[in-house]
Design a protein around this ligand. Structure first.
Ligand code: AMP
Length: 111
């Protein structure tokens, strides 16, 4: 998608701070981190949100979550994964992404 921010980051047209990448997913640091570790994990293939996610992509995203949790040193202390979807989910970038946040005690609940 030519006008998609995350497609542009994946393509290297807009800089991203790479954390992890393979043929299926790209992961980079959130520009406005909500925790000491705040990584966005996205499929290379454009899909708007989790409603369009196929099983192969879901498996690749889960594998990336596990690898990044370990490489960022939050696998033992714990972390949160969130994927906002649509208007009520407050999704602001319409390219499926998983937020991986950790490195501090997060609040028990949102809102
Ligand atoms: P969401 O609100 O769930 O759609 O999350 C979008 C996330 O993208 C937000 O946490 C933003 O801080 C983050 N973001 C927006 N632009 C960039 C960028 N250029 N590089 C890295 N993260 C970004």
């Amino acid at each position: 998608m030519s006008d998609c921010l995350f497609c542009k980051i994946i393509a290297g047209e807009i800089p991203g701070k790479t954390v992890f990448e393979n043929d299926k997913v790209y992961a980079f640091r959130d520009i406005n981190p909500q925790a000491p570790v705040h990584v966005l994990i996205v499929p290379r293939k454009h899909m708007d949100n989790i409603l369009e996610c196929d099983a192969e992509t879901a498996a690749a995203l889960t594998d990336a979550v596990q690898r990044i949790a370990e490489s960022e040193g939050v696998d033992k202390t714990g972390f949160r994964v969130v994927s906002n979807c649509g208007k009520h989910g407050a999704q602001s970038v319409n390219h499926l992404h998983i937020h991986l946040m950790g490195g501090k005690q997060l609040p028990e609940r949102m809102g």
